[in-house]
Design a binder for this molecule. Structure first.
Ligand SMILES: Cc1cc2nc3c(=O)[nH]c(=O)nc-3n(C[C@H](O)[C@H](O)[C@H](O)COP(=O)(O)O)c2cc1C
Length: 265
């Protein structure tokens, strides 16, 4: 549906949701050298100074995170800025007291939700209805019918065997969406998009001269309990941020060769 949707968007001047934090178009950007500098400048930083990142910068970085591409534009993420000192202390402890968490000015818990897609489908249709043009029929079908068909897995993934059977049989004759068919699949679905937003967030902080460290070294039960986080969700990573301290980067950047990972078929 992206073709039709783009036609609608390109007619619009300004914003999609009436919120001017999110500009619609940026089509004339061409600056690979600056982008490469930014990518090269991002390192995982494990020790920060005491400097506090101003609120407006943190918010701007979070806005840039929210502009990440995401599956069906259903935005299956949540970002929790941990400002409460007691909660932060508990989360730092649950992060094995890593210095990347302990010394940070900001601690942001990045959560993928597999339980918001239905509400967000409705919200997408509400946003379409606000546009100065008629909601494209394809969008109504997509969010009203196709999304529920593909993403409903039922309680305890009860529909998984039926979806698998359906895909296997129909897939003999047609191209079918094989995934997600289970709660685990929905988890992967939500994590993919959230991880992209996490990368945006880290690059945004770097663009402002601050640094970050993505962390999965934590006890997820303890973090969830400290935050009272409930529902069908997964903490994708916790991102700490702050001003890099001397010696905050622990070693040289190591990457294996392009040939090892990039295959041409
Ligand atoms: C999902 C994920 C989890 C990570 N968890 C931790 C962590 O718990 N603690 C830590 O110090 N670094 C963590 N890192 C940072 C990696 O160690 C780091 O990205 C890698 O060594 C490459 O270094 P660079 O980010 O400086 O290029 C994590 C990175 C990712 C993407």
């Amino acid at each position: 549906m992206s073709g039709d949707q783009n036609n609608v968007f390109t007619k619009m001047d300004g914003t999609f949701d009436g919120n001017d934090r999110f500009q619609a178009e940026g089509g004339d950007y061409h600056n690979p050298e600056e982008f490469k500098k930014l990518i090269n400048a991002r390192r995982s930083v494990r020790r920060y100074t005491d400097e506090v990142i101003p609120d407006h910068i943190v918010n701007d970085c979070l806005d840039m995170a929210l502009l990440a591409p995401n599956s069906s534009n259903l935005q299956p993420w949540e970002f929790y800025r941990i400002k409460n000192k007691d909660v932060k202390a508990k989360i730092v402890h649950a992060c094995f007291s890593q210095s990347a968490a302990k010394t940070s000015s900001e601690l942001i818990v990045c959560v993928a939700r597999r339980d918001t897609w239905r509400a967000h489908s409705k919200q997408m249709l509400e946003e379409f209805a606000k546009l100065p043009v008629e909601t494209p029929a394809v969008a109504k079908t997509y969010y009203g019918k196709l999304v529920p068909f593909v993403y409903t897995v039922g309680p305890l993934s009860v529909l998984t065997p039926f979806k698998w059977l359906f895909n296997t049989i129909v897939g003999l004759f047609k191209v079918v969406p094989r995934d997600p068919i289970s709660a685990g699949g929905m988890n992967t679905w939500a994590v993919k998009s959230t991880a992209l937003a996490c990368e945006n967030l880290m690059l945004a902080f770097r663009a402002y001269g601050y640094d970050t460290c993505p962390m999965e070294g934590f006890d997820s039960w303890k973090v969830k309990s400290a935050m009272n986080l409930t529902g069908n969700c997964e903490i994708v990573m916790i991102i700490s941020a702050g001003r890099r301290a001397d010696g905050g980067v622990y070693g040289p950047r190591i990457r294996f060769s392009r040939e090892q990972f990039v295959k041409t078929i």
